[in-house]
Write a protein that binds this ligand. Sequence first.
Ligand SMILES: Cc1ncc(COP(=O)(O)O)c(C=O)c1O
Length: 418
Amino acid sequence: MTRFITHFESAIEPGVTLPADCEQTMHNNRPLWSRYDLEGVKSSMTKSALKSRKSDMWRYRELLPIGDEIEPVTMNKSMSPVVECPRFAQQMGVKHVWIKDESQLPTCSFKCRGMSLAATMARHFGRTRIAMASNGNAGGAMGMYAARAGMESVCFMPHDTPIANQTECYYSGAKLFVTNGLIDQSGKRIREGHDRGLWFDISTLKEPYRLEGKKTMGLELAEQFEWELPDVILYPTGGGTALIAMWKAFKELREMGYLNSQTMPRMYAVQSDGCQPMVTAFEAGERFATRHENAKTIASGMRVPTALGDFMVLDTVRESNGAAIAVAEERIIEFQRTVAAAEGLMICPEAATCVGALEKLVEANEVSASDRIVIFNTAAGQKYFGSGKLEGIPEIDLTKPTDWDEFEAQYLPKLVGS
Ligand SMILES: Cc1ncc(COP(=O)(O)O)c(C=O)c1O
């Protein structure tokens, strides 16, 4: 096998291409798409070849931006299961619901996928320190994959992020900072540090590799469904990377002729009404979202008031005949309990919003009883108990500019070799 990635394309400026054999970030502050020689992929990643491969995400390596010569940073995760949920389906008034349970991955969330690839590419391009703004699960996964890769990592998280997320990130040896702002505000500071050369910024869509790692959610789903995609996918959306990535995966598989039916799933971006910028934009017919002020939700991973990939999410739901749907914040725990009691699965609050979305879709006759429906449980519900602040974690005051000289002198020397 060689490497089948051919180039990158601007996600917004038609005709702008960038080479694939060197490190990329964004173009004009907009995300990039990775493009492949799909004929070449088809000749190497055949359906029968897949049958004899290990059940980890690297089984799809031809559709990832790495070739044989790049050693992946991996914890040998296997595929996440798709769990059929008949009792829950019946309660919802439909026949076929599956939960794709990403909580069973190494850091108990879907963030492993993107981080595994981001760490792989960062190490390949000689980076020794990666950084990001995170709502929790991604920061924990970054810390763990950076540790696995022998790299340093730096994370900015809101101070009220669940304690399990803070602990996971801190224990990994990441330099963790808590902030008095939300992820979009922290993201700007992490970018400033990137521009000063302090680290490589792997925040959502600020490099093109995490997106490709998340694409394996869609590739796996297609294979687990024997190349007959479900009718409906409900995805709890913050920055929306996995929704965008899965749709990209499905289109690549369709182009390669791997899908048994030309019918593509309707993709639903689900949000809490405590933070629903995508839904507001969708309902207004806009391609770009405006900031959701005073965002508040217990589904902390979805507390994303502005997203770099807003137009990619909105394009996806429209192109797939899906929608963006908001669900009442105060019902999230009820939805978690519904699934736990019906099926024995402790889904996270983010995924619980998809239960509310399904309820709405059934009421509005937008799904039929026979539709095959998949909900993504993006993390373990057990990670969300306990709030507060870990002892000794420094704070970044986002109301004031960061003095980077001071920051560097105070914190980064300690990082080197630590
Ligand atoms: C558990 C969980 N679900 C969903 C999301 C939203 O993911 P995305 O930003 O890719 O939309 C996150 C993000 O942190 C998360 O941690």
